[in-house]
Design a protein around this ligand. Structure first.
Ligand code: ATP
Ligand code: MG
Length: 266
């Protein structure tokens, strides 16, 4: 089964989605994997975090693909990082939902475009990683319909698990209607503060409930992770030995191991 299209998703804001997209993409590309990041958030944080512009002057954006003005192959841009391509976003994307209101197939638009890339005769990408906005709007539905699997960052703080219930319901609804093979690849605990008892409690609760769906790697709260985006580089390049980088390198390994064929016992 195909596992190439991964959405990083959580409708709660500021939980580490974009940070995870940027650094998973960077980690995988450093391992020689060919990566396409799609910024599906009108905020354009993955765009700027990878060193490109989210100004509205550009029409090389995911918005122009989703509204039918461009083909997806026309808007893929290179970044200054090897093996890492990007489709940018800007605030124009926030108009999409209203502008496409009359189109009954619009939820499938992203999937249709990505299928075209994946069916290309020579495989261009090992993984396509989608950065979702903090909502359960049309954009998120498009991502859920287009994806093979999901990575859910979970901030280790109070209320974190509450929001997950609604996300799980949405995922179930999509699975029963629009994308039956969609799976949760894993839950990544983020912004962990080991001095805070609450972080520990949320971790235990998440592991009790979601069992082995929770990655072993826990991303600590680390100021280097919040500094890197203003330099337009992944933290893995900005400061490759800081605790945040160590966590994202380790997460990259765990992510890759999920796709290793299981060795036979013989
Ligand atoms: N582990 C961390 N330690 C410290 N700061 C972090 C960490 N992870 C992310 N941040 C910072 O917290 C803020 C929110 O992170 P991020 O943008 O990745 O979340 P998000 O879920 O994509 O947010 P949004 O919902 O707005 O898209 C950013 O300023 C980011 O740099
Ligand atoms: Mg974000």
């Amino acid at each position: 089964m195909d596992r190439k299209i991964i959405s990083v998703i959580n409708q709660k804001g500021g939980v580490g989605k974009t940070t995870t997209v940027i650094n998973l993409a960077a980690g995988l590309s450093m391992k020689g994997k060919k990566i396409l990041v799609i910024d599906l958030d009108p905020q354009g944080n993955a765009t700027t975090g990878l060193g490109l512009s989210n100004m509205t002057s550009s029409d090389l954006t995911i918005y122009n693909v989703l509204n039918g003005n461009k083909k997806i192959s026309e808007v893929i841009q290179s970044t200054s990082f090897e093996n890492l391509h990007l489709i940018t976003s800007n605030v124009d994307l926030s108009g999409l939902e209203v502008e496409t209101a009359g189109d009954s197939r619009r939820a499938f638009k992203l999937k249709d475009e990505l299928t075209a890339i994946l069916n290309d005769s020579r495989p261009l990408y090992d993984y396509i990683i989608i950065d979702c906005p903090p909502s359960l709007s049309l954009l998120t539905i498009m991502a859920l319909v287009a994806s093979h699997a999901l990575v859910v960052p979970l901030q280790t703080e109070f209320f974190a698990l509450e929001g997950l219930t609604q996300l799980m319901k949405t995922i179930e609804r999509i699975k029963s209607n629009l994308n039956t093979t969609l799976e949760i690849r894993g839950i990544l605990l983020t912004m962990y503060d080991k001095r805070n008892k609450l972080s520990n409690e949320v971790e235990s609760e998440a592991r009790n409930y979601f069992k082995n769906k929770v990655y072993n790697t826990v991303v600590p709260r680390n100021v280097r992770l919040s500094e890197a985006p203003s330099h337009g580089v992944p933290v893995l390049i900005y400061d490759k030995v800081c605790p945040g980088s160590k966590a994202y390198f380790s997460f990259t390994e765990e992510f890759l191991n999920q796709d290793k064929p299981v060795e036979s016992a013989a």
